[in-house]
Design a protein around this ligand. Structure first.
Ligand SMILES: Nc1ncnc2c1ncn2[C@@H]1O[C@H](COP(=O)(O)OP(=O)(O)OP(=O)(O)O)[C@@H](O)[C@H]1O
Ligand SMILES: O=C(O)[C@@H]1CCC(=O)N(CCc2ccc(Cl)cc2)[C@H]1c1ccccc1Cl
Length: 324
């Protein structure tokens, strides 16, 4: 049988010797336990391959990182953040799950859920834009997943349609946690900050210059202004995504990053004609400059736009709406 502790899974091999005594040897999974298939995609420091476990025939996505490249690019911190974050996010259907990690002399391997439906961005580009029903479904699954991240003290910090993957049943699988922020555990940190919206994040990062800013179109004003990300920063990005699904483009987009940042800080965006009123009200309550004044998760769940959505397990068991 297999069991995994702290993201490292070992499998037990039963062996019986000549005298009929059985031995249980603990064996860590490795490259040889998989048949590697097609390349699913490339990152700046990674290659993601489809792979099949040779014993269980289960399919995975295996993210392979070249150690030399990571060290040269000084990205070791991101690797450890990705591992620590994924190890904390173990039981939500909307988050790409890490089954185990292993390494060889050249590479690091993350064995992850296979999201064979590709990126939400790709689907959106093909459709142009989503109707209200599809936006409601994908918005609800993304929100439910973000609520889980926040409940585990994690801020994603780079939510965007590229990082919302889809599994084979077209349900959401959020990925890309190397740039996430793990809030100090309120029970442990002296500051006892609860990571409430607008609260500065735990001491570690605020002392140093913030090492990371998300993707221009989805960056929150507080990150641009005070270099501080908080849980409400993910809700800003969520507002941008809901807008983008319905409008077919993000609310803040300019010829270059600097002009995009200026639009964000000035809250300079408009709704296209025909943008559904009920969605407009929701977006206007999320794209608010002051993080503490953004609609919190529980109020978003109860917003008219999500009327009729079954939150909880029901959301993840229903069939994804046909994209039309
Ligand atoms: N679990 C997965 N299942 C299927 N495809 C995946 C999975 N994880 C990543 N991919 C695909 O592989 C590609 C590389 O992903 P990866 O997370 O390694 O890098 P990235 O975050 O996209 O790039 P960067 O590191 O530059 O931000 C992405 O385009 C993504 O669509
Ligand atoms: O936490 C873990 O899962 C182990 C712990 C033991 C270990 O040595 N590593 C690798 C640490 C590491 C990180 C970056 C580079 Cl470039 C090299 C090694 C960790 C690791 C192994 C495989 C894949 C990812 C990681 Cl972080």
């Amino acid at each position: 049988e297999e069991w995994s502790e702290r993201g490292a899974a070992v499998s037990a091999k039963q062996e019986t010797d000549a005298a009929g005594h059985t031995q249980t040897r603990l064996v860590k999974k490795g490259v040889k336990d998989f048949n590697f298939g097609r390349t699913l995609g490339e990152g700046s420091y990674s290659t993601v391959l489809a792979a099949t476990d040779r014993q269980t025939l289960k399919e995975y996505a295996i993210k392979v990182l070249d150690k030399r490249h990571i060290i040269k690019e000084k990205k070791v911190k991101y690797v450890n953040i990705e591992r620590d974050t994924l190890n904390r996010l173990t039981e939500h259907p909307g988050i790409v799950r890490l089954y185990y990690t292993f390494q060889d002399e050249r590479s690091l391997y993350f064995v992850l859920d296979l999201a064979s439906g590709g990126e939400l961005l790709g689907v959106l580009k093909k459709m142009g834009s989503f109707d209200v029903e599809c936006t409601r479904f994908y918005g609800a699954e993304i929100l439910d997943s973000v609520a889980y991240l926040h409940s585990r003290g994690i801020i994603h910090r780079d939510l965007k349609p590229e990082n919302v993957l889809l599994d084979r049943d077209m349900h959401v699988k959020i990925t890309d946690f190397g740039t996430a922020k793990i809030l100090a555990d309120p029970r442990r940190s002296a500051s006892g900050n609860s990571g409430a919206p607008g609260d500065p994040i735990d001491g570690a990062e605020t002392d140093r210059a913030v090492s990371f800013v998300g993707t221009a179109e989805y960056v929150s004003p507080e990150l641009l202004r005070d270099k501080n990300a908080c849980k409400a920063s993910d809700l800003w990005a969520f507002g941008c995504i809901v807008y983008q699904l319905l409008a077919g483009r993000p609310p803040f987009k300019a010829a270059n990053e600097y002009l995009t940042f200026q639009k964000i800080l000035a809250l300079e965006y408009t709704f296209p004609d025909g943008f559904p009123e009920v969605a407009r009200d929701l977006v206007e309550r999320l794209l608010v400059l002051e993080p503490a004044n953004r609609l919190p998760v529980e109020h978003i769940r109860n917003h008219r736009f999500f009327e009729g959505v079954q939150w909880g397990k029901g959301l993840w068991r229903q069939k994804a709406p046909r994209l039309k």
